[in-house]
Design a protein around this ligand. Structure first.
Ligand SMILES: Cc1cc2nc3c(=O)[nH]c(=O)nc-3n(C[C@H](O)[C@H](O)[C@H](O)COP(=O)(O)OP(=O)(O)OC[C@H]3O[C@@H](n4cnc5c(N)ncnc54)[C@H](O)[C@@H]3O)c2cc1C
Length: 393
């Protein structure tokens, strides 16, 4: 049976260094991540040591400045590394994407002093981050969040509950959006909170449909005190910072989705080539050949879409509309491709003996996180017909 090692994705990469990074990611994926994925996902085990290895290998801070321990790679390279990791195990690919998201605020809006003090440990020092925007009563309408930060002398005191936090309860640092002013988007500020802060606690992780190895939990802030030095950006700038992080983060989700879809396609092709019915491989039947052809076409289209958005970002041009399109298309593709992969494997596809049933359960979450696909359509439409159409072209 062909496996991913024999049929690597044919990638267009800008440099030799980028090619080496992809090889390194594939090597770690095949040696350290894929072999344990099924068993650990089944048992709900988070592979913390894999993230330490990725950090040591320079893969946990790829899109950030080398001055602070990042890899200084173009986004198009970082995303293709993510794709390779997600193809081996979504918990790892998505975890790296969320970690990157949680570094975005400090790396882009922090003061020089804050960056010098905190970024090296976050980007290459083995720490793992979490991004805290959602709350039990505010998801898509994130600007209605209620977690409060109140000024007390030189400190801020944070109270409230964040919901659905990837790495909640196990993260070393939390980038937290909290209300410091009036209702609405302009009353929100961003804070960098250490994972061991007094009063911060993670709840029991949610029991999820998939990605059971990735802890998703509420995080409680009960009088958590942080110095003003840990406020990122201006007071009231937190929501703009959160949205800017999400524009980039959505591309990470898109890349993870294509990795997952590619893994499903590889499984389906391998199975269809080996399984005989009516005296011939089922891959001979046009009904299945067309399914495989459609899957491959949608995956290539998704990869091209997220890379086009990444290249706009790398060129310093607006990319929010394209990022929303990439997130929408790639995650819908992952859902469809994983459902079709189960169909191609027939009854075996419906069992845990093959990974495609897990892929199908995992794909669903990608249509929900970092803005549901309904919200992506709202963002795209706003760029086409709303006030932003004139600002971003
Ligand atoms: C596994 C997992 C990990 C996550 N990780 C994180 C994390 O690390 N950090 C974090 O902050 N959050 C995280 N989230 C939260 C995620 O971003 C939210 O679940 C998502 O934004 C949707 O919010 P909600 O679940 O409250 O749904 P709701 O906002 O209540 O939406 C419910 C339904 O209504 C639809 N809807 C809402 N408003 C509109 C509208 N205006 N037009 C059309 N349809 C609409 C939605 O599309 C959805 O179908 C995670 C979620 C999951 C499941």
């Amino acid at each position: 049976m062909p496996d991913r090692a024999q049929q690597p994705v044919d990638r267009q990469l800008p440099t030799d260094e980028a090619r080496d990074l992809i090889s390194l990611a594939r090597d770690i994926a095949q040696r350290e991540i894929a072999p344990r994925a099924a068993e650990e996902e089944d048992a709900g085990i988070f592979p913390r040591e894999v993230f330490t290895l990725l950090s040591r290998s320079g893969l946990l801070g790829l899109p950030y400045d080398s001055e602070y321990g990042g890899g200084e790679q173009p986004y198009e390279v970082y995303l293709q590394v993510l794709e390779e990791l997600a193809a081996a195990r979504l918990t790892v690919g998505l975890g790296v994407s969320v970690h990157s998201l949680s570094c975005h605020a400090l790396a882009n809006y922090g003061t020089k002093q804050q960056q010098v003090e905190h970024l090296p440990a976050m980007l290459g020092g083995g720490l793992l981050g979490a991004y805290c925007l959602s709350e039990p009563a505010s998801g898509s309408d994130a600007a209605s969040l209620r977690t409060k930060a109140v000024r007390d002398g030189e400190d801020w005191v944070i109270d409230g509950t964040k919901a659905w936090i990837t790495h909640g309860g196990i993260a070393d640092f939390y980038t937290v959006m909290a209300r410091t002013g009036a209702d609405g988007a302009r009353g929100i500020s961003a804070f960098l909170v250490p994972g061991d802060a007094a009063g911060l606690s993670g709840a029991v992780p949610e029991k999820k449909m998939g990605m059971k190895g990735s802890p998703t939990a509420q995080v409680h802030f009960d009088g958590v005190r942080v110095p003003d030095e840990r406020r990122i950006g201006e007071e009231g700038q937190g929501f703009a910072i959160a949205l800017s992080a999400l524009d980039s983060g959505r591309l990470g989700i898109a890349a993870c989705a294509i990795g997952l879809a590619q893994a499903a396609l590889d499984e389906a092709v391998a199975y269809a080539s080996g399984r005989q019915q009516f005296g011939r491989p089922i891959s001979d039947f046009q009904g299945l050949r067309f399914m495989l052809a459609d899957m491959a076409t949608q995956i290539e289209a998704g990869r091209a879409l997220y890379l086009a958005a990444a290249r706009l970002r790398d060129a310093g041009r607006p990319f929010a509309k394209q990022a929303a399109m990439a997130k929408l298309h790639c995650t819908d593709t992952a859902m469809k491709a994983t459902i079709d992969a189960v169909q191609i494997l027939g009854g075996y596809g419906y069992t845990a003996d093959f990974p495609v049933e897990r892929y199908m359960r995992e794909a669903k979450v990608l249509q929900i996180v970092e803005g549901t696909n309904q919200i992506q359509r709202m963002v795209i439409a706003r760029h086409l017909a709303g006030p932003e159409a004139h600002r971003t072209g």
